[in-house]
Design a protein around this ligand. Structure first.
Ligand code: ATP
Length: 355
């Protein structure tokens, strides 16, 4: 159970290009899971490699349990990294792959065999020691890669998009397995992902990065409910984001005026801002609702349990979701929509910077 702390960590690959990671501050609580989330190229893998010791920062310090490990080589940090491409040794059996780290530590053969058995139990592949990697499915190979990483009982497990190559069903299974393994071993874990659902599902804390900078660092629920900026909201799946102007408990938008819940429930002060609401929070208006708008249905997409509609509110395109059983609108229909004030999020025009 290791605490990891990054203080003002900056990494440049090339001197005149922008930093791949810029003045990053992060804290991983012992035995917890941290997800590094963000779009491609935002610096997630670079951060992971800096923590693993595979890269050195130009500025800043990295601490494990209060020990400054910044100058230490990867093999002195006892942090293992599992990559997207599992890279098992193809000419070695599953058992030899898993036991490799112990063999080079010159552990006794009998003990290695025992630890390999334990690891195979842990990743739910009991008795598979003698298979060759080519005889395993992609998901099984990824489990072996996890077992190989954990066999040396590292202080830190670093997972770089470990589920990206798996199909949706296997991904779900592996997420469950990672949570289970993490619970059993209590190894401090950092997982890189660009999938917000995955981050929310696996992590105790999520670090959202854009352009090498940390923009939000929160528990999954807070991140989902209270994104810090329009860019963060968009990345976290909010489809409806519009320019607006706040005046106390009123918000003016291109499609009309909205009433806010309580004046003090919003962090954004009076003036220009962004208004955001999730598609699933818009509903068909009832007689007692406030914030009702007339909408022209533009298109409808069937999603199984739900239907996604695109509608025009006075020329502004809005997306909303309805239960498929509940209603069925057709393109060209006019409907009354309610934007419930308890679901309105107001965001600043500028992204805040966390340092
Ligand atoms: P992805 O999700 O696509 O893996 P990422 O968020 O992990 O992306 P990084 O791989 O950390 O992003 O890259 C951050 C930035 O650093 C990108 O602009 C990338 O082009 C650049 N970069 C990464 N590796 C190198 C390298 N070896 N040399 C030069 N630039 C690099």
């Amino acid at each position: 159970m290791t605490t990891v702390s990054l203080q003002n960590v900056t990494k440049y690959y090339t001197p005149n290009a922008p930093a791949a990671v810029h003045s990053l501050n992060l804290e991983l609580a012992p035995g917890s899971i941290l997800a590094l989330l963000g779009p491609s190229g935002c610096g997630k893998t670079t951060t992971l490699k800096l923590i693993a010791g595979l890269l050195q920062p130009e500025e800043g310090r990295i601490w494990f349990d209060g020990q400054d490990v910044t100058g230490l080589a990867a093999e002195q940090r006892n942090a293992v990294m599992v990559f997207q491409h599992h890279a098992l040794f193809p000419f070695m059996s599953v058992g030899a792959n898993i036991g490799f780290g112990l063999k080079i530590r010159k552990m006794e053969k009998k003990l290695i065999a025992q630890r390999v058995r334990e690891m195979l139990e842990l990743v739910q592949l009991p008795g598979m020691q003698n298979r060759m990697p080519a005889e395993l499915s992609g998901g099984q190979q990824q489990r072996v890669a996890l077992a190989r990483a954990l066999v040396t009982r590292p202080r830190l497990l670093l997972l770089d998009e470990p589920l990206a190559n798996l199909d949706a069903h296997l991904r779900d299974e592996m997420r469950g397995l990672i949570l289970d393994i993490q619970k059993k071993t209590a190894v401090s874990t950092i997982i890189v992902t660009h999938d917000q659902e995955e981050a929310m599902m696996l992590a105790d804390r999520v670090a959202l990065m854009f352009n090498g900078r940390l923009v939000q660092y929160d528990d999954p629920e807070t991140m989902f409910r209270k994104p810090v900026s329009a860019q963060a909201a968009r990345f976290l799946g909010v489809k409806n984001i519009f320019p607006a102007v706040r005046d106390k408990n009123q918000v003016a938008t291109a499609f009309g005026q909205l009433q806010l819940d309580a004046e003090d429930a919003y962090t954004v002060v009076d003036g220009p801002c962004m208004l955001a609401f999730r598609s699933e929070h818009i509903r068909i208006a009832g007689v007692h609702d406030v914030n009702i708008f007339s909408a022209l249905i533009k298109s409808r997409t069937y999603l199984g349990l739900r239907v996604s509609y695109l509608a025009l509110l006075d020329g502004t395109e809005v997306q909303f979701l309805c239960e498929a059983q509940e209603v069925k609108f057709s393109a060209g229909e006019i409907v009354s929509l309610c934007l419930p004030f308890e679901h309105i999020t107001l965001l600043p025009l500028q992204d805040p910077q966390l340092h």
